[in-house]
Design a protein around this ligand. Structure first.
Ligand code: SIN
Ligand code: CO
Length: 377
């Protein structure tokens, strides 16, 4: 009933994704020439600059001169960006996949990695000589050359000491071991903590496909918040056996014992962990706001149009699932009978073709459409 719509080919130059994951993912770098042959011309420097001027877009401007680095956060003034000097800067724009349909489709081509691990597409722009300096990232990254050429130098060094007092993470020492010049469409995969330095040889745009790798501290703190919001304990402190204390200011040993037992009794199940992960990982980033349709269609009109044209998730929507429970933009939605297969197809392909919508799923899709989570066509 549902149509499985496959995105454009995976950007692995014909390498089997299972082989890529086995041999390279988290293990060693890989250069693939012509991995994304259709990338050239998809985004102009001017359009990227215009994105960096929006307040719902995260952008940074890195400037360097005689070994000194400066970092500024956007939004920027367009005139200022168009008048930047001929050398010594790099403009970085995150979440380009939220604003450029091509970038959203590009991200989806990396579907050999679970969506729960995908982060966003960042695009950088630099004049000849520009870059963000030698550094390492804590997560895997695919660096795709989008415009012009850039020399990438990389090193598997253990010495990851950073320059002190620099506003961005710059390696104190960097000894390149391998180097390539990337041309439009070429792609370099780097595992986490692999030292790298990209220097533009011509006016240059690099697209980075990044992954989410939350620290254990971040995940544990967020899980405790999740539990806190759902905590529902009976009972209240009582001490019918109280005796007169020798030091009234001292914490009573019986109190420590009793409340220690209450705290040690806090338990969670695998179900809580799944719910937490679904809600947490589908939660939109803070700058994301969904725009509901200005004049929403009635359920019946929506159903007719959706059957005729199909539906697609908004580029900012995160839809994940486990079992029969779906998590969309930080909300939990258990699938009703008759909805499951369609929702799985929508979550995987992020769109559904015409005629692919059983009647039982239309009220839910209509509700998501009214929230701006999905669109017709
Ligand atoms: C860049 O595009 O200049 C930086 C990307 C990176 O090194 O992660
Ligand atoms: Co990097």
């Amino acid at each position: 009933m549902t149509e499985n719509l496959r995105p454009a080919p995976r950007p692995l130059g014909g390498l089997d994704p299972a082989e890529f994951l086995r041999t390279y993912w988290h293990k060693q770098p890989l250069l693939i020439r012509g991995a994304v042959p259709d990338i050239l011309g998809r985004l102009s420097p001017h359009r990227l600059m215009a994105l960096a001027c929006r307040d719902d877009v995260e952008s940074r401007l890195v400037r360097s001169s005689r070994g000194r680095w400066q970092l500024e956060h956007g939004p920027f003034d367009l005139q200022r960006l168009t008048q930047l000097p001929a050398r010594g800067w790099s403009l970085l724009v995150s979440g380009v996949d939220h604003h450029l349909p091509y970038a959203a489709r590009l991200l989806q081509r990396f579907d050999f990695v679970p969506y729960a691990r995908l982060d966003d597409v960042m695009v950088s722009l630099a004049p000849p000589g520009g870059g963000v300096g030698p550094h390492f990232d804590s997560y895997d990254v695919f660096l795709i050359q989008g415009l012009g050429s850039r020399r990438w130098e990389i090193a598997a060094q253990d010495d990851l000491e950073l320059v002190e007092d620099a506003p961005l993470r710059i390696l104190k020492r960097f000894t390149p071991q391998q180097s390539w010049v990337l041309e439009p469409g070429d792609m370099l995969y780097l595992p986490p903590r692999y030292a790298h330095n990209g220097v533009a040889l011509t006016p240059c745009m690099t697209w980075s496909v990044g992954f989410r790798a939350p620290s254990h501290q971040e995940i544990a703190a967020a899980f405790l918040d999740h539990l806190h919001d759902r905590l529902d304990l009976d009972g209240r402190y009582a001490d019918p056996d109280l005796s007169v204390p020798s030091h009234p200011a001292e914490l009573p040993a019986a109190m420590i014992e009793r409340l220690g037992r209450v705290i040690a009794g806090i338990r969670w199940q695998r179900r809580d962990v799944i719910d937490f992960l679904g809600l947490y990982l589908s939660e939109p980033k803070p700058q994301v706001f969904f725009r509901p349709p200005r004049r929403p269609l009635s359920l019946q009109r929506f159903a007719e149009r959706a059957q005729a044209k199909g539906v697609s998730l908004d580029a900012r929507t995160r839809l994940l699932f486990h079992g029969r429970t779906f998590y969309i933009n930080g909300e939990r939605v258990p699938a009703a009978p008759g909805q499951y297969r369609t929702l799985v197809a929508l979550a995987d392909a992020r769109r559904l073709g015409p005629q692919a919508l059983p009647a039982g799923v239309l009220p839910l899709l209509h509700a998501w459409y009214q929230q701006g989570y999905l669109h017709i066509g």
